[in-house]
Design a protein around this ligand. Structure first.
Ligand SMILES: [Zn+2]
Length: 277
């Protein structure tokens, strides 16, 4: 802060009385002009902020709906894949069961043949065949047991996924309805505010208006005009030196925050727009 900005108490008093007079509208003509400019500018900001609020409110909801749609779709795909896998495993089990049935039939056939054999060599050969089929049966039974355990695990996962899917689907329906309601509800409000914003803009000189739009578009929170709040800038929250605060209240010229460049207004301007709300 430059030293020249710290003014003598006499000047401070004058500035203070000017700000006091601002409230009673007894300040000089040029003071009123700047004050009125600031009021119109803050009125525009007040309207535009309401539009921003609506857009932000809606801006997050479509994203949430989109996320839920993606999740439900993902769970759908996962469920379908799991069910395909389950089907495949059940086919495998029934194939192994058929294999066992065939092996048992083979064994019966070999045992029948054993009753009719003429020598030991033929008998032993058939015994070996029977042993082989028995091993096949054992192996198939082992595979069936394994597959059944896997099927049980998979079924539990399917149930879990189904529950999750249904929950998300319910969330999605709620959010979708919410979004539809907000869009329907705010459509008219947004249009009305846009009209008000247009009207308010007409009361502001072009140079100031373009400055407002420039500052606003550079600010993340869409604020181009901010009130002084407890001696700090309402936009960037950096403190404002006392003399600068007095200059703001004196309404002699448009004053911007030296940190963020936003146009600063005092309580008088704010109350003129908000009615003290
Ligand atoms: Zn600031």
């Amino acid at each position: 802060m430059a030293k020249s900005d710290v003014k003598a108490p006499a000047k401070e008093k004058a500035a203070k009385s000017a700000s006091d007079n601002g409230k009673t509208k007894a300040a000089s003509k040029s003071d009123i002009t700047v004050a009125e400019k600031l009021v119109e500018l803050y009125r525009l900001q007040y309207i535009d902020s309401q539009v921003d609020k609506i857009r932000i409110q809606r801006g997050e909801l479509p994203l949430e709906v989109q996320d839920l749609e993606d999740e439900v779709e993902g769970l759908d795909t996962r469920l379908k894949k799991l069910q395909d896998e389950l089907g495949e495993m059940e086919v495998q089990v029934s194939e192994k069961n058929n294999l066992i049935k065939d092996a048992k039939a083979q064994i019966k056939k070999y045992e029948g043949q054993q009753a009719k054999v003429r020598n030991n060599r033929e008998y032993d050969s058939l015994t070996k065949e029977v042993e082989f089929q028995n091993l096949e049966i054992q192996l198939a039974e082992k595979r069936i047991k394994e597959a059944k355990a896997q099927i049980e695990t998979k079924k539990a996962i399917v149930e879990e996924s189904k529950t999750r899917h249904d929950e998300r689907k319910k969330d999605l329906d709620v959010k979708r309805k919410e979004l539809d309601a907000i869009v329907a509800e705010t459509e008219k409000e947004e249009k009305d505010l846009a009209k008000k914003s247009d009207t308010a803009s007409k009361h502001i000189e072009a140079r100031l208006l373009s400055a407002y739009h420039r500052i606003r578009s550079n600010a993340r929170n869409g604020l181009g005009v901010v009130p002084v709040e407890r001696g700090s800038c309402g936009g960037c929250f950096n403190s404002i030196p006392p003399q600068r605060q007095l200059d703001i209240s004196s309404h002699k010229k448009v004053i911007v925050c030296e940190h963020c460049g936003r146009i600063l207004v005092d309580d008088y301007v704010v109350e003129r727009v908000t009615g003290g709300k």
